[in-house]
Design a protein around this ligand. Structure first.
Ligand code: AP5
Length: 210
């Protein structure tokens, strides 16, 4: 089976971004993190950024048409490359839209990796997450501390009240996306509760056996 187009699904803080970055480095994928692309628009203060800033800060989902615009732009610049869609699709409606969009680019979702993690661990991981604003590298104050001298920041949407809202939305709207890919035999579930290296070894096994 070809694995040119991957989707990483899972609750907030389940390690999608961490493992997408590792796989990109080791296996030549390009990581397309929709959350990161949106955050960059917010930082640039673009029209799109101004439109989504408040929505993201409350933990709600950005409107489909905005997200689709961002993904289409990214796909256009990545023809012929192996990609990981990290954090998209986030609803069954978006999954259907993605199928249509990928046809335009002569692609299909080859495999969806679902990072399963309980809510309790989600809160632990997100409350300790720190990001290097210069490189985008993700750290954790306990499990993956930044090297000395590296200045990191906390994401605006990583406050506990916002995380709880993101989790509510995840369970209600995003979780059913797993069933969407399971039905067509394209879903692999990964137990994301172990340490980074352990989880990553499972990711590699799945990709290398696909
Ligand atoms: P987005 O940026 O996609 O956030 P998310 O999906 O909530 O996921 P996170 O980035 O929080 O977590 P992650 O799974 O990547 O975990 P990470 O690797 O960082 O979206 C943000 C917002 O953008 C949304 O709320 C929405 O408003 C908007 N948006 C985005 N996409 C959208 C869409 N399609 N439609 C509409 N709106 C959209 O890991 C977390 C922490 O845990 C880190 O500190 C890491 O170091 C640590 N860690 C990771 N793995 C392990 C491990 N195995 N053991 C110990 N620690 C670990």
């Amino acid at each position: 089976m070809s694995t040119d187009t991957l989707v990483f699904l899972g609750p907030p803080g389940s390690g999608k971004g961490t493992h997408a970055a590792m796989l990109a480095k080791d296996r030549g994928f390009v990581q397309v993190s929709v959350g990161e692309l949106l955050r960059r628009e917010v930082e640039r203060g673009s029209e799109l950024g101004l439109q989504v800033r408040e929505i993201m800060n409350t933990g709600a989902l950005v409107p489909d048409q905005v997200v689709l615009q961002v993904v289409r732009r990214a796909l256009d610049g990545l023809r012929g490359r192996k990609i990981i869609l990290d954090g998209f699709p986030r609803s069954v409606a978006q999954a259907r839209m993605l199928d249509g969009l990928l046809e335009e680019f002569r692609r299909r979702v080859d495999l969806a990796l679902f990072f399963a993690l309980e809510d309790r661990q989600v809160i632990e991981r997100i409350s300790g997450r720190r990001v290097d604003p210069e490189t985008g590298k993700i750290y954790h104050v306990v499990w993956n501390p930044p090297p000395p001298g590296v200045k990191t920041v906390q994401r605006d949407d990583d406050r506990e009240d916002v995380v709880r809202q993101r989790l509510r939305i995840y369970h209600e709207i995003t979780e059913p996306v797993a069933a969407y890919y399971r039905k067509s035999g394209r879903l692999v579930e990964i137990d994301a509760s172990g340490g980074v290296e352990h989880v990553y070894s499972m990711v590699l096994r799945v990709i290398d056996q696909a």
